[in-house]
Design a binder for this molecule. Structure first.
Ligand code: GTP
Ligand code: MG
Length: 422
C-alpha cells in the first residue's frame, strides 16, 4: 500500500536539480576564487616593476577577493525553503511530519505551535534546537521534550526556533529542503511582521486548509498580503483531513457522489483563489497545486512501515496516500526549479561580471605590455640605424683615406726613384 521500507536515495528525484546546480555553482565560484587570487599575486608582481600597473588597479582587484569569498559563503548555505500556513489545528505540523516521515514537530491538542519552527538538516547524528538570538545547541531526544522546551521558553509567536534534525534520517533534509512551521494565521495580529521576517526568502508556500470547511477569510488575507510583497509566490493548497469527510455519516450512505461534489466545490474555489484573486498562476497550473489529502494517515502509515502491527485503514486511504505522494512530487519539482532561479540567478550574473572584469583588466595589462615592448624595439632600431650609418661613413672615409695614402706613397716612391736616377 505504501512505498514500504526506507526510501532509497533516488538521484533522479526532482530535488537533485537544485542539489546539482548548487554543487556546480559552488565549484565554479571555487574556480573564480582561485582565478582572482592568482590575478592578485600576478598584479603585485607587475606593480613592483612600476610601469604597467598602478596601486589603485591592484587595490580594485584585491576587493574582489572579499566579494567572491562572501558569495561563496552564501552559496554554501543556500537551501530550498518551504513555509506552511493555515488556520490553527488544520494539520500544518502533521503535514510536515508526514513529509519528514517522522514525528519531529509537536502536533495535536496541547501541542499547538506557538512560534515559528524551522526544521533543517544537520550533519551530526543527534538532533538539537537553537533558540532565536542564541548560539547554544539544546539537545532534544523526543517530540515531547521538544514541545516541553518550547512551552518552557514562553516564546514570542513571531520568534523562530531552529530544529536541527540529522540529515541521515531524512532525504528531504539531506537534499537541503528547510521546513518552516507557523502558528495559526487566525491567532495573530502580526501578519506583516511574519511575512517580513519569515516569508520573503521562501521558495514555496503551502496553505494547509481544512477540507471539512471552505477557505477562510483569514487564510485568504494572509496570502493576499504575501502576494503583494512577493511577485508570483508559488502556493500549494492542501485540503487536509480529507479522511474525516470520507467517514461523514451522510457520505457513507450515498458515498462517492456526495464526496465528489464537495471535492469539486473546494477545487473550484481554490482555483479561483489562486487564479482570479491572487493571480499567481493559470487555471492549468492551479490544478497541479491543489490536493486532497490526510496528513494524519500518511504519517501513521509511514511510521508503521516495517512494523508488524499495521494501522486499520479508512475507506479511500490508498487514493489519499497516492494523492499525497503526487503532491510531494509536484512540490519537489516546483521548489527545486524555483530555488535554482531565485537563489542562483543573481550570483551567476555576478560571477560572470567578475570574470569579465578580470579578463578585461588582464587584457589591458597585456596590451600595455605589448605597447611598451614595441616602443623599446623601435627605440633600439633607431639607435641601430644611427650606428650603421656611422659605420658606413667611417668605412667610406677609411677607404678614401687608404686610396689617398696609397696614391701619395706611389707618388712619393715615383718621385724618389726619379730623383735617385737623376
Ligand atoms: P496548530 O499548531 O495548533 O496551529 O495546529 P496544526 O495546524 O499544526 O495542526 P496539528 O498538526 O497539530 O493537528 C491538529 C490535530 O489534527 C491533531 O490532533 C492531528 O492528529 C489532527 N490531524 C491532522 N491532520 C489530520 C488529518 O488529515 N485527518 C485527521 N482526521 N486528523 C488530522
Ligand atoms: Mg502546529
Amino acid at each position: 500500500l505504501t512505498d514500504r521500507g526506507k526510501r532509497v536515495p533516488l538521484d533522479n528525484s526532482p530535488l537533485q536539480i537544485f542539489v546539482k546546480a548548487k554543487k556546480k555553482i559552488n565549484d565554479i565560484f571555487g574556480e573564480i576564487e582561485e582565478y582572482v587570487k592568482d590575478t592578485v599575486e600576478y598584479m603585485y608582481e607587475v606593480e613592483k616593476e612600476g610601469k604597467i600597473v598602478n596601486k589603485d588597479q591592484v587595490r580594485n582587484i584585491v576587493e574582489y577577493v572579499g566579494k567572491v569569498h562572501s558569495i561563496r559563503d552564501v552559496l554554501q548555505r543556500d537551501h530550498m525553503k518551504v513555509a506552511f500556513f493555515g488556520r490553527t489545528s488544520n494539520g500544518k505540523s502533521s503535514v510536515i511530519n508526514a513529509m519528514l516521515r517522522d514525528k519531529i514537530l509537536p502536533s495535536g491538542i496541547g501541542h499547538t505551535t506557538n512560534c515559528f519552527l524551522q526544521v533543517e538538516g544537520c550533519p551530526s547524528d543527534e538532533p538539537y534546537l537553537v533558540l532565536e538570538g542564541s548560539e547554544e545547541h539544546c539537545a532534544v531526544e523526543s517530540v515531547g521534550q521538544l514541545a516541553h522546551a518550547l512551552c518552557k521558553e514562553k516564546l514570542n509567536e513571531s520568534s523562530l526556533v531552529k530544529v536541527f534534525w540529522p540529515k541521515n534520517r531524512c532525504l528531504l533534509l539531506r537534499d537541503d529542503v528547510v521546513f518552516v512551521d507557523s502558528p495559526g494565521v487566525d491567532v495573530t495580529p502580526n501578519l506583516d511582521e511574519w511575512i517580513d521576517k519569515h516569508c520573503l526568502d521562501a521558495d514555496v508556500f503551502v496553505l494547509v486548509a481544512n477540507a471539512e470547511s471552505t477557505l477562510m477569510v483569514t487564510e485568504k488575507n494572509f496570502f493576499h498580503k504575501v502576494s503583494t510583497k512577493l511577485s508570483k509566490p508559488n502556493i500549494f493548497i492542501l485540503n487536509n483531513r480529507w479522511d474525516a469527510s470520507a467517514s461523514e455519516p451522510e457520505f457513507l450512505d450515498q458515498h462517492c457522489n456526495e464526496q465528489e461534489e464537495v471535492r469539486k466545490q473546494h477545487q473550484e474555489r481554490a482555483i479561483d483563489f489562486l487564479v482570479k484573486e491572487l493571480k499567481v498562476c493559470t487555471p492549468k497550473e492551479a490544478e497541479e497545486r491543489i490536493f486532497f489529502i490526510s496528513a494524519k494517515e500518511v504519517l501513521q502509515a509511514r511510521m508503521s512501515e516495517g512494523k508488524p502491527v499495521s494501522v486499520p485503514l479508512t475507506e479511500g486511504f490508498q487514493t489519499r496516500y497516492f494523492e499525497f505522494q503526487d503532491f510531494e512530487k509536484k512540490f519537489e519539482e516546483c521548489i527545486s526549479k524555483s530555488a535554482v532561479k531565485t537563489k542562483f540567478e543573481q550570483h551567476s550574473q555576478r560571477g560572470k561580471f567578475i570574470a569579465n572584469e578580470l579578463r578585461d583588466l588582464l587584457e589591458g595589462i597585456y596590451n600595455d605590455a605589448l605597447k611598451l615592448k614595441e616602443q623599446k624595439l623601435s627605440e633600439r632600431k633607431e639607435v641601430n640605424d644611427k650606428i650603421n650609418y656611422t659605420e658606413q661613413q667611417l668605412m667610406l672615409v677609411t677607404q678614401e683615406m687608404k686610396k689617398k695614402i696609397h696614391n701619395m706613397v706611389e707618388d712619393v716612391e715615383q718621385r724618389v726613384s726619379k730623383a735617385l736616377s737623376e
